[in-house]
Design a protein around this ligand. Sequence first.
Ligand code: PLP
Length: 477
Amino acid sequence: MPPASAIVNDGNVVYDAHTNDVAPSGTELKSALLHRHLQHEPIRVIGASGNHLHLSNGRRIFDSTGGAAVACLGHGNERVKKAIARQMEEVSYCHTLLFTTPAAEGLAQELVSSTNGAMAKAFIVSSGSEAMEAAMKLARQFYLEAIPPQPRRTRFVARKESYHGNTLGALSMSGHVARRALFEPILMDNVSHVSACNAYRGMSNGETIEEYVARLARELDDEFTRLGPDTVCAFVAEPVVGAALGCVPAVQGYFQAMQDVCRKHGALLVLDEVMSGMGRCGTLHAWEQEGIVPDIQTIGKGLGGGYAPVAGILINHRVVDVLGRGTGAFAHGQTYQGHPVSCAAALEVQRIIREERLVDNVRKMGTLLEHGLKQRLADHPNVGDIRGKGLFWGIEFVRDKATKKPFDPRDAIAMGVHEKGIQSPYNISLYPGTGTVDGRMGDHVLLAPAYNITVTDVALIVKLASQVVEDFFAEQK
Ligand code: PLP
């Protein structure tokens, strides 16, 4: 039987995603799945291998973003597939209240060992948002069980222009104005947001990096003071801001200064490495480049590389010791926590990254990618900034290069660039994003290819991505 047709309404035209034929007018959407858009059925992916997604219309797309910085080994890795199948044969599920599995224990051991003694325990969940929820509850429990207990600590300080997830606690931490907007009245009111560290947009003219860092540290310090320093559980930040800003790393010395402020006020430092961690930025943990160790760290996308839904938190000795001397348990549990199949997938992904020294390749290929993108696009009149680390790069688009004025959100520039990319002849996926820039929406695309890409792949990404950007803006004129 031929596949049922997949009718797509992209706002301009109704077409069949299997055949790309325009459908007769009046045709109704047939999918029973609630996609993000009720009126827009995404293009069907019927296969994936290496760096490519195979579409139902026969085209192959170069996945230069690994989804949302997820597929760190590319698609269809044989070792990971076998590990998953083995785990399915052994134990597909057991509840972690009473039981554990070699897969979950092995993954936790692999993760803790990767921190060279900095972290004491790993806690495994299914998504980055869940990891953020767990981190918030753990921070709160830490202060309840501290000696003496500090029950007044109920607040969190996060940053503007950040994204920590879609569940209500994680969204409350997020400073992403557009993603919060609809839900603002039901978000937690115990989270406040200080400025992000964004050299391109945040540094004043003539300000040095040291002065910028000192200014941001003062802002955090003032916020603790305003809230009452003994009321804050933790300061929460992404080492490299992903979806909300488009791969914006902090300037040198920023995280050390932020940790100093946290220590001064006795608050924990929680780093959200869901997007930027597990090798993506050129070290297994992004904090290794900042000269600090967080108290709690969340991890996600690159942990399982998309082979299974898996995320987690890593917890340092100070926090574990307090709970160990207190109730002896983390008061938080979920049905699919430490899921054996997810853990087996993630463990194999992490072993491959370690054994094949893929983080070294991330650094090498990242340098080439940076060089190629900057050489080709840095002077483009609508490219405001190209920034990132490792294999995590963002290109920010501006209406006016001199004033850094962003595009009108109604122009949907980032989505337009993405849509152009997935068309022939380019056939490349660039991850679109809109953040908030000076109170207005800003546009960027992310590049986050697999850690095992080659020099040839990098050259292809640079060529295709640059061509898409150049052609897209040429057609806007
Ligand atoms: N934290 C960061 C930094 C993220 O980028 C994301 C997702 O994009 C999340 C948390 C939430 O992860 P998930 O979508 O797996 O719930």
